[in-house]
Design a protein around this ligand. Structure first.
Ligand code: URA
Length: 234
């Protein structure tokens, strides 16, 4: 695809457009080994080799990250009051990064962040039924009856009851709830419907992708090619 050189540089490096223009004007950029000083020069990003300060710049159209979301951060791209999950991506090209679905401000755990709109659409589409596992800490001990009701589907005040879910009781006040929908405050509302309350909520997985145990709170890493492939298949 033909792209302006300054746009290519800022998309590939995280430099702003004006920083990219300055770098080009200063002769720091070459295309196929020849110095190019015109920002508007068109390059073909599938064949042309571009370098900045003699280092090759690889063009990644799409980027995919897993983030271990901390509490107190909102799942949005911008916010006037709170820190957003995108603000956590300090040294990355942030252009067009968005979250795959949303976690509440107080929810922690796995959030996929990408600029691939098609993946966002696929994984969040209500028709796809991608299962998400949540570690749910409860105010009261869970009952056998509540487990059956959560698994069968409960009325949370919407037009339809929730879809069948899976519950794994790990402790009397802790369950892993696996749901295939992403309704607003769904887990909290499901637990309320069975006369309990969520005191902490942590997402463990989205489809085939599990949060790395060793990824610190607030930290992120790029997904591997294998993980991206598996997510695209689900
Ligand atoms: N369900 C909730 O209630 N909150 C979340 O953040 C995610 C699922």
């Amino acid at each position: 695809m033909n792209t302006r050189l300054d746009k290519f540089i800022c998309d590939s490096t995280g430099l702003t457009r004006s920083e990219a223009k300055k770098a080009i004007a200063k002769g720091r950029v070459s295309v196929n080994g020849a110095c190019v000083k015109k920002s508007e020069e068109k390059i073909d990003d599938s064949v042309d080799k571009v370098s900045l300060d003699n280092k090759d710049i690889s063009y990644e159209k799409y980027v995919y990250y897993m983030l271990n979301k901390p509490a107190g951060v909102v799942s949005a791209t911008t916010d006037n009051i709170d820190i957003t999950v995108i603000d956590l991506f300090k040294n990355e090209k942030k252009k067009n990064l968005s979250c795959v679905g949303r976690l509440d401000k107080d929810t922690t755990g796995l959030l996929i962040v990408t600029n691939d709109g098609e993946m966002i659409h696929k994984l969040t589409s209500p028709r796809k039924h991608v299962f998400k596992d949540y570690l749910v800490t409860l105010q009261k001990p869970i009952t056998i009856e509540a487990v059956s009701r959560l698994e069968a589907g409960v009325d949370i005040g919407d037009d339809e009851p929730t879809k069948p879910a899976f519950v794994n009781v790990t402790d009397e006040r802790c369950i892993i709830l696996s749901i295939s929908e992403g309704r607003f405050h769904q887990v909290k509302r499901m637990l309320k419907a069975v006369d309990n309350e969520v005191t902490a909520l942590h997402r463990l997985s989205v489809g085939p992708l599990r949060l790395d145990n060793d990824l610190g709170v607030g930290k992120y890493r790029k997904l591997t090619d294998e993980e991206i492939k598996d997510l695209k298949l689900c």
